[in-house]
Design a binder for this molecule. Sequence first.
Ligand code: AKG
Ligand code: FE2
Length: 272
Amino acid sequence: MIETTIGEYPDTISTEAVAHMDRENFLTYGKILTDQEIIDARFAYWRAFEQNPIAYQARKNPGVPATQAMEVSFFCQEPNLMKLIGNDYMLRIASAALHTAVEDLVYVGGFLHRHRLNIQWEHEDWFWDGWHQDAKPVLDPLQHCNLWMYLADVTRMEGATQGLIGGCELQRENLRNDKDPNEGTREMLDYINEHPDEGTWAEAPCGGGFAWGGHLFHRVCPNRSGLNRTLVTYEYAPRDSEHKDMAQSLGQEKLDMIKAALPEDKHYLICL
Ligand SMILES: O=C(O)CCC(=O)C(=O)O
Ligand SMILES: [Fe+2]
C-alpha cells in the first residue's frame, strides 16, 4: 500500500491537507479514478505515444535524458484522457490547492510524461543534480496547480518526482526578510542528496497522483524498476488569474475537441 497525504476518493479535502499544500506546494493523493477510467486512459496514453513517439517538437525539455513530455496539443484527440479534466475528484483537489471554487477553475494545459527506459541513468550522469523550480518564489497563494495522474503505481523505483519539503516555507521566510528567496535552499538540497532516504517523493498508487505547483524545488529521479512511469498531467488555474489563457494557444479546433470529451456542465473549464 503506497501512502499518500489524501486518501482514496475524498469527499472533502481536510483542513490539514489544505494547510500542507499551502505550506509545501506539494500533496499526494490516493486512487480517485475508477478501474475502467484507468484502463481507458492507459490505452489512450499509449495510442498517443505511438502516434507521435519521438517527434522533437512534441517534447518539452528534450535535453534532459530522463523524461519525455508531450504537450496536450498532441493528445487532445483522446477523449478518455480529456474527460478526466472534468473529474470531480481532480477538481476538488485543484479547488482546495488554489482556494478557488470548482466553478471558478479553468483548465490551462497538460502533458504526457514517461521516462526514457532505454538507458539507465543516475543524477551523477547529468551536468547538474536535477533540482530546479518551475516558478519564481512569491508570497502570493498558488495561482496555478499541476495535478499528475498516475496510470500505474509510481514509487521511487519508477523514479517518482522528488520534492524539497520545507523549501517553500524557507523561501517565504527569506522573502519576508528581504533576502534572496533561495538563500539556504542549496544546503537543504545537498543534505537530501547525501541522505536520500529522508527525501520526499511523489509516490502514489495507480489512479492517484500528486498535486503541486509554485516555487517548489523538485527533480525527476532515476527509474530502477524498468516499469514506465505512466502519467498524464492536468493543470488548472483560477478563472481570473494571469494563467487563465494558457490553453488558448491550442486554438479553437483543439479546444473544441477537448470540450467534446467533457459533459456539458464542465464546458466552463475550457476558456475559448
Ligand atoms: O518528471 C519529473 O518527475 C519532473 C519533471 C519536471 O521537473 C517538470 O515537469 O517540471
Ligand atoms: Fe520542473
